[in-house]
Design a protein around this ligand. Structure first.
Ligand code: MEV
Length: 444
């Protein structure tokens, strides 16, 4: 099915389901899973002290074409305008060929901390001399990964010197510390469990070779050996609103492209802006991570740490104007530890249906990672375009108005009618929504 479904946003939910049933591989049970979600019984097996399940809206971002393949993207998110923003930019990008996306192999790091090491260089030499035997032993703790062609393929020993400056320097001690980073290919799994099993399993052998005690044994969420990247182009003319006359579109669009680049440079230079800029990226990334049953906290942690890799927190995306081609070009790079096997992906019926909708993009961790990067980029480009032109509040508040209308008791068609009045009046108080609703019902 094409990812372009004109007028989809105007249809009632049941009609949207009918379109999906007709045009995708989703069947009645999958569509039912969109409505029913996780059962309380399954939830009870997933966490402790379960008392129920917690719902989030599930929307579909349209118009995406990634590496020449159309894809409809499920997004679980409570914030209005995220789904619309991604769909909108994806629609503009598709006119210039869509997104290109790719991801590194799924290389994760498991860490074993070594303490009170009297002669760190000698310990490093001993560990490196024993590397082949240690790797062989490490792989006995992740046999499933090894069977799928992955497993522990290297270890890196690092000496961690005491801090001499920064917020923690005063509380640090001069006792020596080292870390053994175990490099593990987790293939199509996110891999947290396998990596932690290897770190815990191999620690006694590392202690023996090192001759010193180990302490923490845990994966690193800075999965920067596992980055995903995406790029896209948007023609200048496509950056304009529909009402800009044809003759002015190229020039006006170029101005918008320049102002988007200025907005990006603000984030590149200033951590205060970069934090908000990257939060917008994660609005999109997290929503797809949740819908596909992935650990979005791990993605968040990795993204922010990666943004600070140069010693200064900065933007995860970049933008430039290409005058000769008449386009704005943009790209993103961020760590993307996601899986398409294991974890919640197996037990959550909505996740299963979302993955089915993604088709080949949910067939491997690398394709899913590339998709998430493209979605993050689209969300960021939408935010920068809005912020560089009319600001985000107009679009945001009209969507917010629908939530206020719902909170005031509106249902069905009433929601849009009440929201329209609130938006026109730029008044988003629940009291006013109730008055409008009462008038509407009185007039009906
Ligand atoms: C709001 O959730 C996200 C934005 O603040 C992102 C940004 O400022 O780039 C709009």
């Amino acid at each position: 099915m094409s990812s372009r479904i004109p007028g989809f946003y105007k249809l009632p939910v049941s009609e949207r389901h009918a379109r999906l049933a007709a045009g995708t591989s989703l069947d009645a049970a999958d569509l039912d899973a969109f409505l029913q979600g996780l059962s309380p019984d399954t939830a009870d097996h997933m966490v402790e002290n379960a008392v129920g399940v917690f719902g989030l809206p599930l929307g579909l971002a349209l118009n995406f074409v990634i590496n020449d393949q159309p894809v409809i993207v499920p997004m679980a998110v409570e914030e209005p305008s995220v789904v619309a923003a991604c769909s909108h930019i994806a629609g503009l990008a598709r006119r210039s060929g869509g997104f290109s996306a790719e991801a590194d192999p799924s290389h994760m790091v498991g860490q074993v901390q070594l303490l009170d090491v009297a002669d760190p260089e000698a310990v490093r030499a001993r560990l490196e001399a024993q590397k082949p035997a240690l790797l062989e032993q490490a792989n006995t703790f992740c046999e499933g990964l090894v069977a799928r062609g992955g497993g522990c393929f290297d270890l890196v020993v690092r000496i961690l010197p005491p801090l001499t400056e920064g917020p923690h320097a005063e509380l640090d001690s001069d006792r020596p510390m080292m870390v053994v980073d175990l490099l593990i290919d987790t293939k199509d799994a996110m891999g947290a469990n396998a990596v932690n099993s290897v770190a815990e399993g191999i620690a006694p052998a590392l202690e023996e070779v090192a001759g010193h005690r180990s302490h923490l044994r845990i994966l690193s969420n800075l999965s920067d050996r596992r980055c995903a990247r995406a790029t896209m182009r948007i023609a200048f003319a496509d950056l304009c609103k529909k009402d800009v006359p044809a003759a002015d579109r190229e020039g006006r669009g170029r101005e918008i492209a320049e102002s988007i680049v200025e907005a990006y440079r603000f984030a590149a230079r200033d951590p205060y802006r970069a934090c908000t800029h990257n939060k917008g990226i994660l609005n999109g990334v997290d929503a797809v991570a949740i819908a596909t049953g992935n650990d979005w906290r791990a993605i968040e942690a990795g993204a922010h740490a990666h943004a600070a890799r140069g010693g200064r927190y900065t933007s995860l995306t970049w933008y430039r104007v290409l005058d000769d081609a008449g386009v704005l070009e943009a790209g993103i790079e961020l760590p993307m530890a996601v899986g398409t096997v294991g974890g919640a992906t197996r037990v959550h019926p909505t996740v299963a249906a979302c993955r089915k909708l993604l088709g080949p993009f949910a067939a491997s961790a690398a394709s899913l990672a590339g998709l998430l990067a493209a979605v993050g980029l689209s969300q960021n480009a939408a935010a920068l375009r809005a912020l560089s032109t009319e600001g985000i509040q107009r679009g945001h508040m009209s969507l917010h108005a629908r939530q206020v209308a719902l909170a005031a008791g509106a249902s069905g068609e009433e929601v849009d009618k009440v929201a329209q009045v609130l938006t026109a009046e730029t008044c988003f108080r629940e009291n006013r929504a109730r008055e409008v609703l009462n008038d509407l019902r009185g007039n009906a």
